[in-house]
Design a protein around this ligand. Sequence first.
Ligand code: NI
Length: 256
Amino acid sequence: MFIDSHSHLDDDRFNEDRDILIKSLKENKVDIAINVGADLETSINSVKLADQYDNIYAVVGVHPHSASEVTEDTLNQFREMAKNKKVVAIGEIGLDFYYDNSPRDLQRKWFKEQLELAKELDLPVVIHSRDATKETFDTIKEAQDGGTLRGVMHCFSGSVEMAMEYIKLGFYISLAGPVTFKNSRVSREVAEAVPLDKLLIETDCPYLTPEPYRGKRNEPMYVKYVAGKIAEIKDISVEELAKATSTNTRELFGIK
Ligand code: NI
């Protein structure tokens, strides 16, 4: 029924119960979880999970936090990994000027290089952006050039206007747990405004746990709370929302 379009099941917090959790996704109405890398090691681990389980697909890339660790060789390793049919995108990549864990110039350099890598490999991108709204958009727009770049704005936290600008570029908008939070007015406005055929849902687990489990470890099956809230906002059934977002996710990542 659901697809969790963004998870980190390789995270240490799943060490105790990863296998049983992944094997129980189906009975919890999650058909597929897309596991997203954030550096070389977690990208390798994502591919391992995808190789091990039919219901896991992998995304490989370096998060802006780890931009200072990237070398040309890292990109070559992603090129190799992308030969695996279960590697479906490059991500999560982008800019994070909130934490500034890596120098901004390096964030910019490797964000651009990984966008180019995605175009070279004809893969979509999974974008992380925090406190870097305009520059993230301008960078993507520039890379979009001929219109071959496609992707998703993961855990989108921007305005309705920004969401619509991304949709014009051919991008999808993905919403996560924050849409269920009481103080997340903007997220709800975005949920209402984004057309159903441009929307993805995700958990970003183990982070960003939705209500009513906020504060606990997040899991892919909690995507139903994200879906439930958005369906309520859009005044449609959860089934309709699940169907549309699953179709969109399969379309974007080329999953049959
Ligand atoms: Ni993430």
